[in-house]
Write a protein that binds this ligand. Sequence first.
Ligand SMILES: [Zn+2]
Length: 286
Amino acid sequence: MAQGLPVGPPVTIAASQALLLYNEAASPLLPLLYYLYRAIRNGRKIKCMTEKYYYTAPYSRDFEAEIVAFDPAAQAVALDRSAFFAGGGGQPCDLGWLTIEGEEYIVQEVYATEGQIWHKLDRAIPAAFTGRGATARLDWERRYAHMRHHTALHVLNGVAYNNFGAMVTGAQVYADRARIDFTMDDLAPERMELLERESNEAITRALRLIPREVTQAEAAEMPELVRTAKAMLPQSARIRVVEIEGLDRQFCGGTHLANTSEVGRLKIAGTRSKGKMNKRIEIVLE
Ligand SMILES: [Zn+2]
């Protein structure tokens, strides 16, 4: 034995103890190891989440970003930040254009996977473009139309909830119309008139839309946040809540107007019974 080393009783660790020690050391790393395994298996480059620029700047029509990954199979690029909404909750994804190294590419589809927002292009880019800058431009007419119709559904939803306790069973936004399904048993004309009248009163009052994030504990104190029948709050640590001042408050990940006055005039264009307690209302904006 080399001189100078401390001498003590031999240390022996049973195999089961060694395994236990190994597991205790490795357990905090398991989610990360699993993520790395899935990313490598899927052939993806491992990057951080895309900053959702459409939350901090919902009226941004163009922006600068950095390309952080390219998926050749999908012909899609991921950016470090994006104002392109990836679609969800009945609101379609945004479309637009990316200019990279002086060449303009059409963004044909936008989708999100594991926190990254991917922009499917009309043609491939060289792999060497990863790390370079891109100038992005949204199809703003389409996006703004979605914001108006989506916000109009929030207003109608708030009025229906406050008057009848109606919960949402489905919704779809288009650029020229929208529809929403409620847990209601009655489509009487007087009821539709009330919904349309009170919605337009709220729109005319130019109410502000106030987005913010709340914790799970704060959300637990606000049961009205869950407005979709049979739905639960997201499990994320912070939950995005959209409030229309004095009218409505619910969790939502979509894009919204800053003020209800931008909706215009809401008109109920049609109704349809989809079951005893499931009624569809179709709206257009004038
Ligand atoms: Zn919303």
